[in-house]
Write a protein that binds this ligand. Structure first.
Ligand code: HEM
Length: 407
C-alpha cells in the first residue's frame, strides 16, 4: 500500500505516527491524501520552502462548520466570525495591520515579564492537589495554567470575573470550530459563544468608563483614539481567538506531551532534578520531539508546481511539522529524546516565517515554570501505572486526553 493510501496519523500512538512520518519522508515526501482531502508535505526543507512562498496562503484556511439554521440564527445575533479578519487568516497588508497591533503587545519582553504570574498560578494549582497524592494532570493543571495566565494578562481577575464561566465559554466557542456536534449541542455552544462576545464587549465599555492599568483599557482607548487600526468587532474576536484561543489548547497539549515524555522514562525526569539548569534544553527538546502542533494548513492561492506535482488553486496543503521535527537531514538521531543536542535546528512546532507564533516565548515560559514548580514541590511525581494514553482526534495537534500522575 502506498503512503498516500495508508496515511492515518490522527489519534495514533506516538511510535506509529512518527514511523509513518519517517516512511513518508523516505518514500513519498509529497502526496495527496484522499482521507485528509489535501496535499501532505513531510520533509523539513520542503515545509520551509512552503512557508516562505506566498502562493501558499493562510487566507481561507480557517472557517467554522456549516451550522443548522437555528444555530446560524443564534450566531448572527453576535459577531460574524467568518467575515471578521484575524491575524492568522490574512496576508499582505491586512496581516501587517494586525501585526502592528500585536507585535508590541506580545513582545518577548512583555511576555517574559509574566513569569511571576505564571509561577503563582502553577504553585496554587499544585498546592490544591498536592496532599491528595495523585491528580489528573490535563484537567487539573495543563488546561488551567495557560487559560488563567492569559486571563490575567488581558485584565480579567478572579475577584470580579467568573473565570470558570469564561473558560467554559471559550471551550464552547472552539468546539464550534473543531468538533462536529449534534444540533442541540451546537445550539447550546452557539448561545455560549455569543454570551462570551457580549461579556467581552461589556468589559471593553466598562474600561472606557473606568480606565485601569490593564491591557483591555490600553487597547480600547488606543482604538478609540485611532492609534490602533482595528474595528471593535475585530478587537472582541482578538481576545477570544488570538489571545485566549491561540495559546490555550496548544500550550495545554504541550504541557501534557512534555510531562508524559519526561515521566515515561524515569531517567529523563531524574536528570532534570539533578541538574535544574538543563530546563531550557528540556523544554526545547520536548517541543521538537513531541510537539503539540504537529501540522498546520495552507491553501493554494493559484495553480502551482511543487516538487513535480501540480497543486490547484483552492486546494489545501498540510505541512507535517511533527515529521519535519524528526527529519534526519536536520537533526542527528532524531528519534532519540536528547535535551543536549549539538545541532539545535529550530523546531517547526511554532511554525516559521511571516506567521511565526507570536506567543512562543510565553508558551516556552509556561512549560519551563510548570517543570520547575513540579520539580520543587513534587519531585517524586510519576505516571500512574496501567493507564492507557488516548490522543484527541485531531490532524493539527497531538494532545493527550487524560494523564494520571501519582507521587
Ligand atoms: C505550545 C504552544 C503553542 C504552539 C505549539 C503554537 C503554535 C502556533 C502555530 C503553528 C501557529 C500558526 C503559524 C502559521 O500559520 O504558520 C501559531 C500562530 C500564532 N500563535 Fe501560537 N502556539 C502556541 C502558543 C501560543 C500562545 C501562548 C500565544 C499567545 C497569545 C500564541 C499566539 C499566536 C498568534 C498571535 C499567532 C498568529 C501569528 C500570525 O498569524 O502572524 N500562541 N501558533
Amino acid at each position: 500500500m502506498t503512503i498516500a493510501d495508508s496515511f492515518q496519523p490522527v489519534g495514533a500512538p506516538f511510535d506509529e505516527v512518527y514511523s509513518l512520518y519517517r516512511r513518508s519522508r523516505d518514500e513519498e515526501p509529497v502526496f495527496y491524501s484522499k482521507d485528509l482531502q489535501c496535499w501532505v508535505v513531510t520533509r523539513y526543507d520542503d515545509i520551509m520552502d512552503l512557508l516562505r512562498d506566498p502562493v501558499f496562503t493562510n487566507e481561507g484556511t480557517l472557517s467554522g462548520f456549516n451550522y443548522e439554521p437555528e444555530t446560524e440564527a443564534i450566531l448572527s445575533s453576535g459577531i460574524n466570525w467568518n467575515a471578521t479578519s484575524h491575524i492568522n487568516g490574512v496576508e499582505g497588508a491586512e496581516h501587517q495591520r494586525f501585526k502592528k497591533v500585536l507585535v508590541p503587545i506580545l513582545s518577548p519582553v512583555r511576555l517574559r515579564a509574566q513569569e511571576p504570574t505564571v509561577r503563582a498560578i502553577a504553585a496554587e494549582l499544585i498546592e490544591a492537589f498536592k496532599d491528595r497524592g495523585h491528580c489528573e494532570f490535563m484537567k487539573e493543571f495543563a488546561y488551567l495554567l495557560p487559560i488563567l495566565t492569559m486571563f490575567q494578562f488581558i485584565g480579567f481577575n478572579k475577584q470580579e470575573d467568573d473565570l470558570e464561566q469564561l473558560a467554559k465559554w471559550s471551550g464552547s466557542t472552539f468546539a464550534m470550530w473543531l468538533t462536529p456536534m449534534e444540533p442541540a449541542e451546537q445550539k447550546a455552544c452557539a448561545l455560549q459563544a455569543v454570551a462570551y462576545q457580549r461579556y467581552i464587549r461589556d468589559k471593553l465599555n466598562e474600561r472606557r468608563r473606568n480606565p485601569r492599568d490593564d491591557l483591555m483599557t490600553e487597547m480600547v482607548l488606543a482604538m478609540d483614539r485611532g492609534e490602533i487600526d482595528l474595528s471593535e468587532d475585530e478587537l472582541v474576536l482578538m481576545y477570544i481567538f488570538t489571545f485566549i484561543g491561540a495559546g490555550h489548547e496548544t500550550t495545554m497539549a504541550q504541557l501534557g506531551n512534555t510531562f508524559y515524555q519526561l515521566l515515561l522514562e524515569r531517567g529523563r525526569w531524574q536528570a532534570l532534578l539533578d541538574d535544574p539548569h538543563m530546563v531550557d534544553d528540556v523544554v526545547e527538546e520536548t517541543i521538537r520531539y513531541d510537539g503539540s502542533v504537529v501540522a498546520w494548513y495552507r491553501r493554494v492561492a493559484e495553480d502551482t508546481e511543487f516538487r513535480g506535482f501540480t497543486m490547484k488553486k483552492g486546494e489545501f496543503v498540510v505541512m507535517m511539522f511533527g515529521s519535519g521535527n524528526h527529519d534526519e537531514c536536520k537533526f542527528d538521531t532524531p528519534e532519540t529524546y536528547c535535551p543536549v543536542r549539538s545541532n539545535r535546528e529550530r523546531p517547526l512546532t511554532f511554525s516559521r516565517g511571516r506567521h511565526f507564533c507570536l506567543g512562543a516565548p510565553l508558551a516556552r515560559l509556561e512549560v519551563r515554570v510548570a517543570l520547575e514548580e513540579f520539580a520543587a514541590r513534587l519531585p517524586g511525581v510519576r505516571l500512574a501505572p496501567g493507564q492507557s494514553i488516548d490522543m484527541a482526534p485531531s490532524v493539527a495537534t497531538r494532545a493527550i486526553e487524560r494523564l494520571e500522575l501519582q507521587w
